[in-house]
Design a protein around this ligand. Structure first.
Ligand SMILES: [Zn+2]
Length: 193
């Protein structure tokens, strides 16, 4: 595979994985490592805007397959990817080789990344409007008329929110729901060395 083919292949991979995660919720960041060792090479790290979605993603994706292989997914305590980034690799000067336990990040083409995050913004806005109006077809009507799928925001409509329906940010706290990330051991092992 020449460098150009490799770039295209990786862009396809990045796009497929990104879209799967974005179906679960808003992706804040996603990186793929290409370290020379088995425990980091090919790992995908995803940060959701809402940490609860990360827990959902672990449950869902551990039941799925990707490219004919079972997905293994776990929570990570690393909240800032740039802290785990190998600075030397960025400048092609990492001398630790397969012993390096910082992420050697492989990046998709800038245009693909921009498009993925941009399309996500549109989808999220549309979902919010659909939720607020209680109409899961809201904003989609224009597609039926054969016009291309640009985000269509119709005239504002009155929104009725009953007292029983808490706003998204005001959901009652469930005391039995422990949202603390607990499975830290694996990633601590990766970055402790
Ligand atoms: Zn390195």
């Amino acid at each position: 595979m020449n460098p150009r083919q490799l770039e295209q292949y990786f862009d396809h991979f990045f796009k497929d994985v990104f879209i799967r995660f974005a179906q679960i919720g808003e992706v804040y960041a996603m990186v793929v490592s290409e370290n020379d060792n088995n425990h980091l090479n090919g790992n995908v790290y995803v940060k959701f805007k809402d940490p609860d979605l990360a827990e959902q993603a672990v449950v869902l994706l551990n039941q799925e397959w990707f490219g004919g292989r079972p997905v293994h997914c776990e929570l990570s305590p690393v909240s800032n990817f740039s802290d785990a980034d190998c600075r030397a690799y960025e400048t092609n000067t990492c001398t630790r080789g397969d012993k390096c336990n910082f992420m050697h990040v492989r990046r998709p083409t800038a245009e693909l990344k921009r498009q993925l995050f941009k399309s996500q913004d549109k989808t999220i806005l549309l979902q919010k409007l659909q939720k607020l109006t209680g109409d899961d077809q809201y904003g989609l009507q224009i597609r039926k008329g054969g016009v291309d799928a640009k985000l269509f925001i119709p005239e504002p409509v009155p929104i009725a929110i009953s007292q029983q329906d808490p706003l998204p940010n005001e959901e009652p706290v469930d005391p039995t729901n422990d949202t603390n990330i607990s499975s830290t051991a694996a990633v601590e092992r990766l970055f402790a060395r």
